[in-house]
Design a protein around this ligand. Structure first.
Ligand code: ATP
Length: 476
């Protein structure tokens, strides 16, 4: 029995009768706008019809395919078993249909494409098989992503990743152990380390691993607001407490009740608010702005800063008594240049993650780039490494990431340091890099922060610290 095929006879689907289904006359167009490849074979396995998407998937034209055997696709899942003259079905068809089977079909150029195949046998009213319809969905891209995810999970066994933190150095392993212990206690945790070393990740891990993990985790950046707003943001205010306080507002401490509060950039907390925070730590009570009532609160406090608090105590900007209260369990995160053995692993990790999000087939770092990564001092630490790779994914097209795909700050030899740079030399480098990034960004601080792999608040702090005048820098 022969199938009447699409194109043989435009009237075959009752195109005159549009009363019931006005699209009947347009079947050829309908199958051609389908995203899936469509293939019609007769009982001998001879191709009778294909649509446009199938031409695109296989690289063959319609004319080339019609009248050929479907074995031309060399499909790895079609173990063709011809039991008698009438039945030429692939083993897959024995059940009458197959649903979303992953297989590989050969294109005209000899390459293979991964497809999801769905197929059904067509029967006449008397039960005689007429042929079969197959749809093929190209999943090459999905398949690639799946392989990448598998690669990523192979890369990251439990010894190299800890709650989103990647590291195989002895220093990071010590930190992972410390986090586990700190999480179980209710004592305040103080996380210090340079910008971009992962302090926020540590705070999150402490919450997730601790007994308060089902309770709130409230995060607050103490450098984000001015002194007047800070207090009401942290402790809340009552209606009429100040101009503009039209209603009661719950503060962050109340919101964190039962859970953990993470106060980031604690070194930037103004003195007036430091006193109030000290009170919360000592008495576990606070007052809303504009109210005299004491409210008790049960929160564990986690703080972090990239500043050296003893220096701030010395200069009178931070209360010593508060420092002792928050610094019960100190966690010091080492700078990336102090744990260089983590650099290749972190780079692989970020490359794999970026590959999953990108269409580009970027394989990793070239040996030259890896050497450069190992020699660089990474003032912006892991954040800078991550954003350099994001930058490289924009510039590179495929293959390996070469030094020329990296941000200018990594390429300028005067900013590279093979050995840890300390004290004044480091500050000098930091200032030069900031000036260069601000020039590069035309004075845009957020963009400069992105270039350096640090956050905007750190850019502002450093500009203040080094007395950088934006106008002078740009018009230099
Ligand atoms: N060990 C790590 N593994 C994977 N990603 C990391 C690691 N450390 C940091 N990161 C990533 O680097 C970026 C910066 O991390 P994070 O914000 O925790 O740093 P930070 O020390 O809090 O910085 P800042 O002081 O500027 O606030 C984030 O995108 C984070 O996911």
């Amino acid at each position: 029995m022969q199938l009447r095929t699409y194109g043989d006879d435009e009237d075959c689907l009752d195109s005159q009768d549009t009363k019931y289904f006005p699209f009947d006359a347009h079947w050829s167009k309908i199958v051609d706008v389908m995203q899936e490849g469509l293939l019609l074979v007769d009982t001998n396995g001879t191709i009778r019809m294909v649509n446009k998407a199938l031409e695109e998937i296989t690289g063959y034209s319609r004319e080339e395919l019609v009248d050929l055997s479907c074995t031309i696709f060399n499909c790895d899942a079609c173990m063709r078993v011809r039991s008698d003259a009438q039945s030429a079905w692939c083993k897959l068809f024995e059940k009458g249909k197959i649903v979303r089977r992953k297989c590989h079909v050969m294109r005209k150029d000899g390459t293979y494409v991964t497809v999801l195949k769905t197929a059904s046998v067509l029967f006449a009213d008397d039960g005689t098989p007429l042929g079969a319809v197959e749809t093929l969905t190209d999943i090459t891209e999905l398949d690639r992503k799946e392989n990448e995810l598998q690669q990523l999970s192979r890369l990251l066994d439990e010894n190299t990743i800890f709650h989103g933190m990647v590291g195989r150095s002895a220093k990071m392993h010590k930190i992972f152990k410390l986090i586990e212990k700190a999480a179980q206690s209710d004592a305040p945790v103080f996380i210090c380390g340079e910008s971009g070393t992962g302090k926020e990740l540590v705070a999150r891990a402490i919450h997730d691993l601790g007994p308060r993990s089902d309770e709130p985790f409230v995060q607050f950046n103490c450098a984000a607001l001015n002194e007047a707003l800070l207090e009401s943001e942290l402790f809340g205010h009552v209606k009429g407490a100040f101009t503009g306080a039209f209603r009661h507002r719950q503060g962050r401490f109340e919101a964190a009740h039962g859970g953990d509060i993470f106060l980031d950039e604690i070194g930037d907390l103004p003195m007036s608010v430091q006193v109030k925070l000290l009170r919360v730590l000592e008495t576990k009570t606070f007052e809303r702005v504009g109210e005299n009532r004491q409210l008790s609160v049960d929160v564990r406090i986690i703080t972090a800063t990239n500043k050296i608090l003893p220096e701030l105590i010395y200069s009178g900007e931070f209360r010593e008594d508060l420092f002792y209260r928050i610094n019960v369990v100190p966690i010091h995160l080492p700078a990336l240049r102090e744990r260089k053995e983590d650099i290749p692993l972190l780079a692989d990790y970020f490359v794999q993650r970026l590959r999953c999000k990108s269409e580009k087939d970027i394989k990793g770092l070239s040996p030259r780039t890896l050497r450069m990564f190992m020699d660089y001092s990474w003032p912006g630490n892991v954040r800078e490494l991550k954003s350099s790779l994001e930058y490289a994914f924009v510039l590179a097209d495929s293959g390996h990431i070469e030094p020329e795909h990296l941000p200018a700050t990594l390429q300028a030899p005067e900013f590279q340091a093979a050995t840890p740079v300390q004290g004044i030399a480091q500050e000098d480098d930091q200032k030069k890099q900031l000036i260069q990034a601000l020039r590069q960004s035309g004075g845009n601080k957020s963009e400069a922060a992105r270039i350096l792999g640090i956050n905007r608040v750190t850019v502002l702090n450093r500009m203040r610290k080094y007395g950088i005048d934006l106008k002078k820098v740009i018009h230099h």
